[in-house]
Design a protein around this ligand. Structure first.
Ligand SMILES: [Zn+2]
Length: 497
């Protein structure tokens, strides 16, 4: 039962992401750097030069809630942990198209995002061993085939009712949904936070959560809430610097911008589920949580042909009920790192996009992160966003640049890689691991498309070794050999929160 770490490591080597080929992107990046900024005028409102589609990305309800949701507010580091201020002048942007830090604020002038490109076509081989070829390019059909974007999907659909069956045989704790995912608006739930395992109020985690990279000075790079028009700028930068990241994508954005998701995946980045409408999951009913995860999973499968085995709850808002649902559906929660003193590895870039802080304040928070990072005995996972031009500018011009120049040097890796998970295990179609993720064996596997039949089953490829999953007894009765083996130190670092 003890998962063989040595086996994992060798599997990691075998399943390592293949070298990628992005000549088109390199060429485009070069052109981009030479392109003039479309609108340099200082404006009190976002420039109308931005395409309507990108404007809509900025104001979608799910996005707006990412700025104001109380659950997010609580992710501000504890007093003292974000108190450090910049003592040196803010740095200048390294990319010529990036504004000075002091100008990066809500209402800043916008520049045109790069247009989507079709670098990859159907049938292309992905850089993940055992993953199926790219499906036919997805075109959003409109109509009612997919739930409305940025709204909690209805729960009476055939798909959701089918996905509900994945919970059968698992113990889903019976915690009542919280008022709105915040501590202040649900004091009764907040009082039970430790019992609920509620991350939002007090940072409670469980052994099944991925909360950190185990190796010191290793930076788990993640970007949430996309794909957005500005993801392309970020992808160009990451490619140029040879950095890979984990993208936690929103289902509504996936069907809106499928080509960008393809670019991310085919460039060797890791893809994970970040719900359909970006609501605090603890505030939703169990059926609604299933709908949020199921539709996002289906969107990713439709566009890429693969089903992620990991997820990140919006605002980090997770408790034992949401955890159990995610694990029953075959998705392991990935959080971002908190230090024992309550410092959170949240760049607060989303607060700049929301007009709550400016670029300099955000960067000051980031400098505290760097200080915290150097003091940690483990590595860490950092929260950043690629939905807004502002947050992408901050990442490209400042935070990632500072990370690359930091001494002692950080190792920047996507989260699956930093936790030494074989790349193949990141997706249900490519994994050969019979005990991870915790696929619901009772129901016969995962029904990605919601037609009532299992489409994939974890460990199918080597099922001859037998199924050692103990999922019947409940999500937390399932021992987590992989996690406990790899995260002993990391979990210990946050267990006191
Ligand atoms: Zn998010």
């Amino acid at each position: 039962m003890k998962l063989q770490v040595a086996t994992l490591v060798s599997a990691l080597q075998l399943g390592a992401v293949a070298a990628h080929n992005n000549h088109a992107r390199h060429a485009r990046a070069l052109v981009n750097r030479q392109a003039p900024v479309v609108s340099s005028a200082v404006s009190a409102t976002p420039s109308s030069a931005a395409p309507a589609s990108s404007a809509s990305s900025v104001i979608v309800p799910g996005s707006a809630s990412s700025v104001v949701a109380p659950g997010s507010a609580s992710s501000v580091a504890a007093p003292g942990s974000v108190s450090a201020t910049t003592t040196v002048p803010p740095p200048l942007a390294t990319g010529t198209e990036i504004p000075p830090l002091a100008s990066i604020s809500f209402g800043m002038a916008t520049k045109a995002p790069l247009t989507d490109v079709d670098t990859y076509t159907a049938g292309a081989t992905p850089p993940v061993s055992g993953a199926p070829p790219l499906p036919t390019a997805f075109v959003y059909p409109g109509g009612t085939t997919w739930p409305a974007m940025d709204k909690v999907p209805p729960t009476d659909s055939e798909e959701v009712q089918s996905w509900m069956k994945e919970l059968e045989g698992f113990h889903i704790p019976d915690w009542t949904p919280t008022t709105d995912g915040s501590c202040v608006n649900d004091l009764a739930a907040a009082a039970e936070a430790a019992d609920r395992g509620w991350w939002t109020c007090g940072g409670h985690t469980r052994d099944t959560d991925i909360v950190s990279c185990p190796d010191k000075l290793t930076w788990g790079v993640s970007f949430d809430d996309g794909p957005s028009p500005y993801s392309t700028n970020l992808l160009d930068y990451l490619d140029e610097k040879d950095i890979r990241a984990t993208f936690f994508v929103v289902g509504s954005r996936v069907i809106e911008r499928p080509k960008l998701l393809v670019e991310e995946y085919m460039s060797g980045h890791e893809i994970s589920v970040h719900t359909w409408s970006h609501r605090p999951l603890t505030s939703l009913t169990t059926e609604q949580v299933v709908a949020e995860l199921g539709w996002t999973r289906k969107a990713i499968k439709t566009v890429l042909g693969i089903t992620p085995t990991t997820m990140r709850p919006p605002f980090g808002d997770i408790d034992d009920r949401v955890r159990a649902i995610s694990l029953a559906m075959g998705m392991v929660p990935i959080m971002w790192t908190r230090t024992p003193s309550g410092g959170v590895f949240d760049t607060n870039d989303w607060r700049v996009a929301g007009g709550i802080v400016d670029g300099e304040e955000s960067f000051a928070t980031f400098q505290t992160i760097l200080t915290n990072a150097s003091a940690l005995e483990t590595g860490f996972i950092v929260l950043q966003h690629d939905l807004y031009e502002i947050t992408v500018d901050l990442a490209i011009g400042y935070t990632l640049d500072a990370a690359l120049k930091h001494q002692p040097a950080f190792t920047l890796e996507p989260i699956g890689q930093c936790i030494k998970m074989p790349t193949t295990d990141l997706y249900l179609e490519s994994t050969t691991n019979t005990t991870f993720p915790y696929t619901n064996q009772t129901a016969g596997g995962i029904d990605t498309d919601g037609d009532g039949k299992a489409d994939a089953k974890a460990g199918e490829a080597n099922s001859i070794t037998g199924n050692t999953s103990t999922g019947k007894n409940g999500a937390f009765a399932i021992s987590a050999p992989l996690l406990s083996a790899l995260f002993l130190a990391a979990v210990g670092a946050v267990a006191s929160l």
